[in-house]
Design a protein around this ligand. Sequence first.
Ligand SMILES: [Zn+2]
Length: 181
Amino acid sequence: MIKTITSGEKSISYELTYKNVKNINLRIKSDGTVMVSANPYVPIGIIEKFILSKQDFISNALNKLKNRPSPTQYYTQSQIKDVILDICKSVYPYYEKRGVKFPEIKFRPMTSCWGNCRSVKGILTFNTNLMYAPLECIEYVVFHEFTHFLQSNHSQKFYEELSLVCPDWKDKRKMLKDIHI
Ligand SMILES: [Zn+2]
C-alpha cells in the first residue's frame, strides 16, 4: 500500500509491505519509489518514525536518481524489433538441433524484466526497452530466453547450458543491470 507521511513542509510517499523481516527495511527502487518492508508486529507509528529518521538518506538517494544521465539509446522504437528478430533467427539453428520449435516472438515495453519465455506455449516476449542496450547485451537476452526452452528455471543446469552459447553472460547481465530507463 502507498502511504504518505508529512513532517513540516516535507512529505514522503512510500510503499509499505508487511513481511517476515526482523524489524523494518527501507530501500529506494531505481524508479525512485521508497520501499519499506516491516514485520506485521511493528506499529505504524514506529515505522513512520523510522522513515523520518532516514529523511536525509532518502532525499540524497532521490537527488542522485534525478541527476542520473539518461541512458544511451542504441536503436529506435521501430528498429529494435527487427534487431531482436534477426538475433532470434541467427541463434535458432542451435536450438532447432536441440528440438526447439521456432517460437512466436512478441514485443512490449516492460519494467521488471528484459525478456520472458513461456516455454510450454512456445512464446518469447522481449522488452522493447532493449533499444537502450548495446547489441551484445541484446544477444545475451535472446540466448537467455531461448535457453529457457531447454531449462525452464534458473537452475545450475540452465546456466551450464547458457554458458555453452554465451560464456560471458555474467558480464552482460551486469551491464544490463546498470541500464536505468
Ligand atoms: Zn530467465
